[in-house]
Every structure is written in C-alpha cells, then in structure tokens.
Design a protein around this ligand. Structure first.
Ligand code: GLC
Length: 474
C-alpha cells in the first residue's frame, strides 16, 4: 500500500503547530509498519538552509490555477527514512510566515492542484492521498472532478483529516472560478453558509474523513463545536472516524532531551528536581523545591480555555502556596492579562510571550502540574508531552484531552479532569492536584503512572492502516 501525505507543514522542516508534529511523525510510523508513505509540502522560505541543502531537484512542471498556469518545481529530500517532496513556486512561498497572507486561498489552491499534477513526474503512484486541514482540502475535490478518470490517476482514494474545524478556508464566491478554477455548477460542492468553504468541499468529496480523536469526531456533529459544519458532517457521518494522535517519543524523551539541564526517566526521576530548580531560576521565581509548580504552554487564544484562567487566576495565586509559569503568544487580551498578573505577583507567576520550543521542553520537564483547560481540543499534544516529562495534567474533558487523560480520583488515572467549562470547576481540579502533590509518596506513584503512559504512534498508526485497508477493499 502506498500513501501520499499532503500537508501544509511538517517537522523538522517547518511547523506552526501540532499539525507539523503529526506530519513529522505519523509517516515514519506508517513506514515502520511497511506502508509506503511519502509526504508533500510547500517549499517555504522559512525552511532552514541546512534542510534546503539536502534537497535535490527532480523536475519542474506547470500547474493550472484557474485560467492560468504557474511554474512548479519539485524537490525531494529524505528524512528519518521518509521521502518528502517540496513544491516550489517563489511567487507563492518565498515569503515571511507560512499562513496569513492575503492570497492564501490561491496559494493553497495552487499547492493542492500541484499535489495531483506532480504524480506523473515522480516515481510514486499512491493508493491513498491523505490530506490535512483546509490548506489541502481541495485535493479530494480536484481529484473527483478532474483526475479520477484520467490515465495514470485511476483508483486513488482520498482521506481528509480534520486537525481543527475552526479553520475552514472560507472565501467569497469569486474564489470558486477565478482562483480555484471550478465551474459555476460545482458551487454546491463547496458552498456553505453563503461562502466558498474549502473544508466543506473535502467533506463532500473525500472517500473518508478522519479527525484526531474519537471524542472530537463525536463533538463536531454538534453545533457547539462544529463552526457551522455540523449539518454536512451529520449527513456524511458514515465516513467520519476519530483516531487519536500519537507523539514522537524519541524526539520527546526526558531521558535524552538536550534542552533539559538534566535528564531523567520514569525509573529514575531524581533529576526532575534539578530541572525544576533550573526552571525556577530561569523564569526568575524563588527556588522552592516543595512548592508545586504549574506550567502552561499554549497558544494564547480563547479555545484554549484561557477565559477560565483569567477568571480565577488571582484567587488561585493568593489562596494557594503555588507557582506558575506560562509560555505562549496569541491574543492581545491574554498576553496583557498574563503580563500584568506576573508584574503583580512576581514571586508566584512568570510569563514568557513567544514560541520557544526549548523552553517548552524545560517547562514540561521542570513543572509538577500541567494546566490545559481547553474549551475545545481536537487532540492536543501538549498533555502527552507533559505526561512523558512527568508533569501531571489538569484538563477539561474535551476532544483528545478526554481520550488521553483519566482522572486519578480512583487511584488509577494519570491526571485531573473536570467536565464543565466553568472556572471554579477548573479551580477545584487544580486544588485537587495541589492537594495530591502534598502527599509525596502518592504523588510519586501518580507521576510514574503518568510518565509510563504510552502515547507513541504504534496503536494509532495501526488504526490508520486498518482504515486505509478498509477503504481500498471498497
Ligand atoms: C491542531 C489541534 C490540536 C491537535 C493538532 C494535531 O493543532 O488544535 O488539538 O493536536 O492539530 O492534530
């Protein structure tokens, strides 16, 4: 079986979020299970030169973008045993930042079309094309409209994976013809709520739709989570599946992570205390080995549940003997809120605004408790990193958080879970965690259980393979 994984970001080349982690690790896991899997992504300006130096040019073609044709170079590189193809067009991709340009609809329509147009030029005819999020959502639409019956393109099945339903690629009607190159009669495939919606098109046209946890697959049938796509998902429910993501447990291992001041493991966690002390120093907090340290590593946007934190943070910091570190960037209102609170409670709260992967590792490694109270969370990877680094998660039961964290109230479990999106319920769960931390022996047992959770790709990669096989059997 051959799978082409089409995606707008992939580690280690370039990543803006969890999608890049998945695209950097699932393909290798599939290959380890003898599934031929290759990846295709745009050749962005921001890819570090050392990776560009390892790429080699295969050929160039032209790709239709509505009524015009655009240059498309195809490069190839091998990483971790996986072949990556890079789509080159400097007009579209030689820019700062990977998303957020005025012509993103055109950039990713071009990329999606290039994924199909390149197939005759590479020595790889996929059985499955697995696309991801709105940026590659037009692949199944183009395939079903223009390629399915073309020589050399027969019998390809398309899978569309939703990593976050909030970002759908919604545009005005003019995008349909002038940018995406569809005819007026194709409009119903892509229209939703009066807009052209790339994700809607993929849900219509892909042979299978997956999302990144079983709970999220249920949640997005509900208008509260679906951002306007619940009707179409309910109609197409038979092709929707949820598979929990895994993480790269080799690249993210506290026993070898070079970003940590000292390494540790579930069997030998002693150096976690060294990491905690170093983190307290680095963040300018008092060194206090016995004060529970709560970490947050998050984009500072509302669906991460920061309204709950905003509501009770002061109460938490003034009624508990606790410290907290926050790393992230995002909406102005949360950035200023956390900065102001850190200025008012400098011995309790330290904040760094930005995206600093090495510091993120040190927070996973140095904190005791990891807070992730998301309003919605398709899968979430941070709670899995936190588990592995022995920072016990406090989470709201939603999406992948519900599927990966079980409450430890019954002396099983690996964290602390609250159900309702309510600030005092979160505070109560945090207090249960702090209370648990006071019991040194009990905490060591809980922490070990957390660290021993297996979130590697094994099980999930097997589930993808099962779905792919079912699809190919027809
Ligand atoms: C998106 C989701 C996140 C998920 C990631 C990888 O970033 O918001 O929950 O873990 O994609 O699938």
């Amino acid at each position: 079986m051959k799978v082409l994984y089409a995606v707008s970001e992939a580690k280690p080349f370039i990543a803006a979020g969890g999608l890049g982690d998945v695209a950097g690790s699932l393909p290798a896991a599939l290959r380890r299970r003898l599934i031929g899997c290759r990846v295709v992504l745009p050749l962005y300006e921001g890819i570090p030169q050392k990776y560009k130096d390892e790429m080699h040019f295969i050929t160039h073609i032209t790709v239709p973008v509505s009524w015009r044709r655009q240059y498309c170079g195809i490069f190839e590189a091998k990483y971790n045993g996986v072949i990556y193809y890079f789509i080159d067009n400097q007009y579209y991709f030689k820019r700062q930042g990977i998303y957020g340009h005025y012509d993103d609809a055109e950039r990713f329509a071009f990329f999606s079309r290039a994924v199909l147009e390149m197939l005759p030029a590479i020595d790889f005819k996929p059985d499955i094309i697995n696309c991801n999020d709105w940026q590659t959502a037009l692949v199944p639409v183009y395939y079903s409209k223009y390629y399915a019956w073309r020589e050399g393109f027969e019998n390809i099945k398309t899978v569309f994976t939703i990593h976050n339903i909030q970002y759908q690629g919604q545009y005005g009607h003019e995008v349909l013809g002038d940018v995406a190159g569809f005819a007026e009669e194709d409009a119903p495939l892509l229209e939703n709520d009066g807009c052209i919606n790339f994700m809607k098109g993929a849900i219509e046209c892909a042979n299978m739709v997956t999302t990144v946890s079983p709970s999220y697959a249920n949640e997005i049938l509900d208008p509260w989570y679906a951002h306007g796509l619940d009707h179409i998902l309910n109609e197409r429910r038979w092709k929707l599946h949820g598979i929990l993501n895994g993480i790269d447990t080799v690249a993210n291992d506290p026993a070898t992570d070079p970003n940590l001041p000292a390494n540790f493991s579930a069997e030998d966690p002693a150096n976690k205390a060294v990491c905690k002390e170093a983190l307290q120093k680095e963040m300018g907090l008092p060194v206090a080995p016995d004060v529970p340290l709560v970490g947050i590593v998050s984009r500072l946007v509302s669906h991460k549940g920061l309204d709950l934190v905003k509501c009770v943070l002061e109460e938490f910091l003034t009624t508990e003997n606790v410290q907290m570190v926050v790393l992230g960037s995002g909406d102005w209102q949360y950035e200023t809120f956390f900065s102001d609170m850190a200025a008012r409670y400098p011995d309790r709260l330290a904040v760094r605004l930005g995206f600093v992967p090495a510091l993120a590792s040190r927070i996973y490694g140095g904190s005791d408790i990891f807070l992730m109270p998301s309003k919605s969370e398709p899968c979430g990877l941070s709670q899995m990193f936190a588990l592995r680094y022995g920072s016990v998660p406090v989470v709201r039961a939603t999406g992948g958080l519900r599927d990966s964290i079980q409450d430890s109230g019954n002396n099983e479990g690996n964290g602390f879970v609250f159900e309702d999106y309510n600030a005092h319920d979160m505070l109560h769960a945090l207090r249960r965690a702090i209370h648990g931390y006071q019991d040194k022996e009990g905490w060591a047992i809980l922490r070990r259980r957390a660290m021993e959770c297996d979130n590697s790709w094994g099980k999930s990669a097997n589930e993808y393979i099962k779905l792919y096989k079912a699809l190919l059997k027809g």
